[in-house]
Write a protein that binds this ligand. Structure first.
Ligand SMILES: C[S@@+](CC[C@H](N)C(=O)[O-])C[C@H]1O[C@@H](n2cnc3c(N)ncnc32)[C@H](O)[C@@H]1O
Length: 229
């Protein structure tokens, strides 16, 4: 994108549910990050028009980070836990080859139905398979090895999702966890969600087989690579 294009008004950006970064800094970074394809911008607008809790969308900074990392990794097989309206699934699918696969767990049938209308219109939509159901039950049935796992569903199960998926990620593969700062609550954990996420973050930092960088973008993105001890 040229400087002239970057200075043009950008399409609707997603209001972060809680500002970990100063809102003006967040807005500046979003504006100067490669935009999503038009279809994803339409997905955002339509999610705000149609769905309850549109703030669940991960947004441009997380979505473009996912695409960039999946591309660098040359990922072919990706698992997503918590698909919502398909923003992150399509962002990941963009980076995969034509025969790549993104398998998504989701409990909300309305979100799946909504997402599928966008998958049907995207050149990358045929790489995505939504699986309806509780990921705690679905993930153990998946007999696959993944290059990348993206965790973005119910927070109380975050540590459980990490435990379920870690053995399914290939060596050198990535696990990326959204909302790892959980509105800053992990600094002073109180309820079960705060505690689950804080315990998971500490487990990751202490594990000899997980190398990570904890990025304070959006609501916190914990980027983890499975390594040899
Ligand atoms: C934060 S949203 C996901 C946002 C999406 N990854 C994106 O970037 O736009 C979390 C989603 O997880 C789903 N979810 C919640 N509990 C779940 C569970 N136990 N199994 C599968 N999906 C679940 C919710 O219905 C919701 O759509």
């Amino acid at each position: 994108m040229s400087d002239a294009e970057k200075s043009q008004p950008q399409p609707q950006t997603i209001e972060p549910a809680v500002a970990i970064t100063h809102p003006e800094v967040e807005a500046y970074c979003e504006q100067l990050t490669t935009p999503e394809p038009e279809l994803l911008q339409e997905l955002v607008t339509s999610t705000y028009d149609v769905m309850a809790w549109p703030g669940k969308l991960s947004g441009r900074l997380v979505g473009r980070t996912l695409k960039l990392l999946a591309g660098l990794l040359q990922a072919r097989n990706v698992l997503e836990i918590g698909m919502f309206t398909g923003y992150s699934a399509l962002s990941l699918a963009e980076a995969l080859p034509d025969d790549g696969k993104v398998t998504c767990c989701e409990t909300n049938p309305k979100a799946i139905e909504f997402a599928q209308t966008f998958f049907d219109r995207s050149p990358h939509g045929n790489k995505i398979t939504p699986l309806f159901g509780n990921a705690m039950e679905t993930v153990p049935t998946l007999d696959q090895t993944y290059d990348l796992v993206f965790i973005d569903a119910d927070k109380r199960n975050y540590f459980n999702y990490l435990k379920l998926t870690e053995p399914k990620v290939r060596e050198g593969g990535l696990i990326i966890i959204d909302n790892a700062l959980w509105k800053g609550n992990v600094l002073n954990p109180e309820d079960v969600r705060d505690q689950a996420i804080d315990e998971m973050n500490r487990y990751i930092a202490e594990s000899p087989v997980l190398e990570n960088v904890f990025l304070p973008i959006a609501d916190g993105l914990n980027v983890i690579r499975k390594v040899t001890p």
